[in-house]
Design a protein around this ligand. Structure first.
Ligand SMILES: O=C(CO)[C@@H](O)[C@H](O)COP(=O)(O)O
Ligand SMILES: [Co+2]
Length: 226
């Protein structure tokens, strides 16, 4: 049970908080919800794995309490094991880790699942889908990064469309996509098999978060092969 395991073939999406106004996070999420967002993507960065620093479990806890859609935590941190129990305690619905930042991935995924939340891996653009073959029994979703993690507003990496197709073919797990997702790139990703569309800049940097969220979801759904 959970957000990813209950998608039932639907294409869904939500905003990445990275591009939102952090002084009004819950309101920013509600703006995207007005455009059909069903999940919010919470980017945690540590200035070690990525050269940027954002927020952690304390802010996640407040956000969970203030909104009524699931919070999906994307941990771009080295050694996430210390943080996982705190994110679980904060009430997030799912946690993805970057396998490039984790030494004992099996242990880390078991820790996430043991906390009763859904587990994912977020693959850097050059990390091959085959790298997670033996992690699949412990996964509820795969996040294909279509930019290098660390910043919003970067250029979409086109080859990631084929990577989505490959991940879907290999594992059949729900694929989430993150990085440079817009109403133009979303259909390419959905046609290749992506089901969960995450967008930061495209939603929040245009002045119409609800309208842009809706546009991305409609464009994605129009490309869905069912
Ligand atoms: O995880 C990340 C970046 O590391 C993403 O969640 C970005 O925040 C997406 O931002 P846009 O590329 O949509 O602006
Ligand atoms: Co992210």
């Amino acid at each position: 049970m959970g957000f990813f395991s209950e998608l039932n073939g639907r294409v869904v999406g939500g905003p990445s908080i990275l591009a939102a106004d952090f002084a009004h996070l819950a309101d920013e999420v509600r703006r995207a919800q007005a455009g059909g967002a069903e999940v919010v993507h919470f980017d945690a960065m540590d200035n070690h794995f990525v050269p940027n620093l954002t927020v952690g479990p304390v802010v996640a806890r407040s956000l969970v309490a203030a909104i009524d859609i699931p919070v999906d935590a994307h941990l771009m941190v080295e050694n996430p094991d210390n943080l996982i129990p705190m994110f679980v305690e904060a009430g997030v619905a799912s946690i993805s880790v970057q396998p490039e930042a984790v030494t004992h991935l099996h242990r880390t995924l078991k820790m996430i699942k043991g906390g009763g939340v859904e587990a994912g891996v977020a693959l850097n653009p050059t990390t091959p889908p085959e790298a997670i073959e033996w992690a699949v029994p412990y996964l509820d979703y795969v996040l294909v990064m279509s930019v290098d993690p660390g910043f919003g507003g970067q250029k979409f990496i086109e080859e990631m469309v084929e990577k989505v197709r490959r991940v879907r073919e290999l594992y059949g797990l729900p694929v989430q996509v993150d990085g440079g997702i817009t109403a133009e790139t979303a259909p390419l990703m959905v046609e290749a098999g992506a089901q969960v569309l995450i967008a930061g800049s495209a939603v929040y940097k245009t002045g119409d978060p609800a309208g842009e969220m809706r546009r991305i979801l409609e464009a994605g759904r129009a490309a869905h092969r069912g």
